[in-house]
Design a protein around this ligand. Structure first.
Ligand SMILES: NC(=O)c1ccc[n+]([C@@H]2O[C@H](COP(=O)([O-])OP(=O)(O)OC[C@H]3O[C@@H](n4cnc5c(N)ncnc54)[C@H](O)[C@@H]3O)[C@@H](O)[C@H]2O)c1
Length: 319
């Protein structure tokens, strides 16, 4: 569908802010809802209308009633795996109840399509790689569960009320504006540490592989999902397994800097190899990842360099 107005939750966050940018480029009226628990007001692109609200709150009803978007793109979430293990109630509350609240309001205010940010975490320990969409769902953390349950609600709401949907299961996303904590933040953490001349810590032998996808490719997949004529459930990744050791080498080449690498004992439950099969996204969304690793790392490095430089300048101006 080609909407007039799109509402993006978590639009002040890392991935959400890039989707906002793309929606504005499409000429769509773009509304952002974020409680700024993790996101930053400065991330919200100029041109979007911003509501500072919790997606679980009663305020959402007034926002939906006023804005009447055609599409909701739901990115807001608690994304920290360790936090989900320590604080499962809060994790479930943010990730599951927010979706239920939005779905209920989406039906009431005749939203036509619901686009949801799911995660590779729903699959748990891969039985085979690359992981396709039919792979059993055996999450290994509260986060994996709380990202999967909303998928079931979305499909149920679609059956009950005929709402269109797209469920996109992201691999490890990296790029500008990523915080150096939370899910998949390893690239942001390593770039920061390289720039500060600190050592890079790797758990295990570094031969574990992951599917690192650049954030602009994720934003493009969301736009394609909005346009899609059919309901979609698709992995969004590169389908390319990159080892953590290879990532470090590419990063050091890209930044022209080297840091000492410290190997520590692998953490219990760490997944050895994880890569997503992206054929369904290619077929259903007419999409493919465009940004190669070198370009993505370079853009991430430039962004973090300018952030750190700004912080230094601010500190010295204040001292
Ligand atoms: N980053 C990754 O590698 C990755 C991988 C798989 C899936 N995802 C999913 O993608 C989505 C975006 O992740 P991200 O990496 O951009 O995280 P992020 O933390 O940068 O963005 C999430 C945003 O949601 C906001 N938010 C959190 N709780 C809220 C609430 N209750 N009400 C309103 N706003 C709230 C935060 O302030 C933040 O701006 C999430 O749903 C996440 O589960 C991310």
């Amino acid at each position: 569908m080609n909407p007039t107005k799109v509402l993006i939750t978590g639009g002040a966050g890392f991935i959400g802010s890039h989707i906002v940018e793309r929606c504005l480029q499409q000429g769509w009226e773009t509304v952002v809802v974020d409680n700024l628990s993790k996101g930053d007001f400065d991330n919200i692109p100029i041109g979007a209308r911003f509501y500072h609200a919790d997606v679980r709150s009663y305020e959402m009803e007034a926002i939906l009633a006023k804005e009447r978007p055609d599409v909701i793109v739901h990115q807001a979430a608690q994304t920290d795996v360790q936090y989900s293990i320590n604080e499962p109630m809060e994790d479930a509350s943010v990730n599951i109840l927010s979706t239920v609240n939005l779905l209920k309001l989406a039906v009431k205010y005749e939203v036509r399509k619901f686009v949801y940010a799911s995660s590779a975490a729903i699959y748990g320990m891969p039985e085979a790689v690359p992981i396709n969409e039919e792979h059993p769902k055996h999450p290994m953390s509260g986060y994996g569960v709380s990202k999967y349950v909303p998928e079931l609600y979305i499909r149920t709401y679609s059956k009950l009320y005929g709402m269109e949907y797209a469920i996109l299961r992201y691999a490890n996303v990296y790029g500008p504006r990523q915080a150096s904590d939370g899910e998949g933040g390893v690239v942001a953490i390593f770039v920061d540490r390289l720039l500060r001349g600190e050592r890079l810590v790797i758990y295990g032998d570094g031969e574990q592989t992951r599917d690192f996808i650049f954030v602009e490719d994720i934003a493009d997949a969301n736009i394609a999902a909005i346009y899609a004529e059919e309901n979609v459930i698709a992995n969004v990744g590169t389908a390319y397994p990159l080892s953590v050791n290879e990532l470090v080498t590419s990063l050091q080449d890209c930044c022209g800097m080297k840091s000492r690498v410290e190997y520590r004992t692998a953490r219990a439950g760490d997944i050895k190899h994880s890569v997503l099969d992206n054929q369904e996204a290619i077929r259903m969304l007419d999409w493919a990842p465009k940004v190669c690793l070198e370009e993505g790392l370079w853009k991430t490095y430039r962004y973090r360099l300018s952030k750190i430089t700004q912080e230094h300048e601010l500190k010295s101006a204040l001292s």
